[in-house]
Design a binder for this molecule. Structure first.
Ligand SMILES: Nc1ncnc2[nH]cnc12
Ligand SMILES: [Zn+2]
Length: 330
């Protein structure tokens, strides 16, 4: 039995495996510029975040109907359950669909058809987090938030993703204020490729409660001290960092130093279909390569539930935390 954990940094579009991409392409009459799944996998050699994003957006062309989004989410939930995920907070990128003529309702209702049955079907509780694309305008983000208003009973929070450098958090100040006024939780990618200053801005200007990635905080000791003091969770994605060359090799990953510094770290998969592993694979990889002790792994799992947006269901959080403490490693 795998260690129970929450996944807090997972882009549902990043769970599109090549096999499902071809299946959906055939179903929707979409022509992909790859002969087969092998040729597509060959394209998964990324130089940086942008080279990954190019492929990530290109493949979204196969996602067209509610059924497509339901199938995508169901495939993820099945894989996640097999790797010990008990709770998943799932990002989606509506602007990447709206711009192709796929409506907000198609995306949210499609995802919800899977998420609404996830507890019975996969034993996973879920939350949905709407992400704004930071390389699009603030006006577009605000329009997207407005388009989501009929679906807010299904959406827990907002996030910020896509190309980071040159798109500082401050650009989205008003959108995040509007999201907060609607009662939405706030997170943002910061310090993945962008500088530590973006992490500070995400906290101070956007009021985020968790930082996605946050890796580059390690360049600024005062920021580390603040993150420790304020118990700000970081949603790290080790295999993603290797594939996008944020770190040279997994052995160079600062996770052990971050835990030693007292940071509230969690381990997640980001875009598992592209980066070589789901949540459990990320745990296994850091255990193997970074030599994390069982107590460190238990700490990561505990942190994931502490950092989860389960404030409306504390009883469930305590149940999950008890599962973590009772877990015996094989
Ligand atoms: N790792 C990542 N960083 C920024 N935007 C993303 N969108 C999907 N994955 C992402
Ligand atoms: Zn991400």
């Amino acid at each position: 039995m795998p260690l129970p954990k929450a996944e807090l940094h997972l882009h549902v579009e990043g769970t599109l495996e090549p096999e499902l991409a071809f299946e959906l392409a055939a179903r929707n009459g979409v022509k992909l510029p790859y002969a087969d799944t092998d040729e597509l996998r060959e394209a998964y050699r990324f130089q940086d975040l942008q080279s990954f994003l190019n492929l990530y957006y290109e493949l979204m062309a196969v996602l067209r109907t509610e059924q497509d989004f339901e199938d995508l989410a169901n495939a993820y939930l099945a894989r996640a359950a097999a790797q010990g995920v008990r709770h998943a907070e799932i990002f989606f990128d509506p602007q990447a669909h709206l711009s192709r003529g796929v409506e907000m309702g198609t995306v949210v209702e499609g995802l919800w058809r899977a998420l609404g049955r996830s507890e019975e079907g996969h034993g996973i509780s879920t939350r949905l987090i709407l992400c704004f694309l930071r390389d699009e305008s603030a006006e577009s983000a605000m329009e997207t938030l407005q388009a989501a208003r009929p679906y807010l009973d299904r959406i827990t929070g907002v996030g910020l993703d896509s190309a980071e450098v040159g798109h500082p958090p401050v650009k989205f100040r008003e959108v995040y204020e509007a999201a907060a006024a609607l009662g939405l939780r706030r997170v943002a990618h910061a310090g993945e490729e962008g500088p530590p200053q973006y992490i500070t801005e995400a906290l101070d200007v956007l009021g985020v409660e968790r930082v996605d990635h946050g890796l580059r905080c390690m360049e600024d000791p005062e920021l580390v001290a603040r993150l420790v003091r304020e118990r700000i969770p970081l949603t790290l994605c080790p295999l993603s960092n290797v594939r996008l060359r944020t770190v040279d090799t997994l052995a160079d990953h600062p996770l052990p130093a971050m835990l030693d510094a007292g940071l509230l770290c969690t381990v997640n998969s980001d875009d598992p279909a592209y980066f070589g592993g789901y949540a459990g694979d990320n745990f296994d990889a850091v255990q193997r390569t970074l030599g994390l002790t069982e107590e460190r792994l238990r700490e990561l799992a505990r942190n994931s539930f502490l950092a989860a947006f389960l404030d409306d269901d504390e009883e469930r959080r305590q149940r999950y935390l008890a599962e973590v403490e009772a877990y015996t490693f094989p």
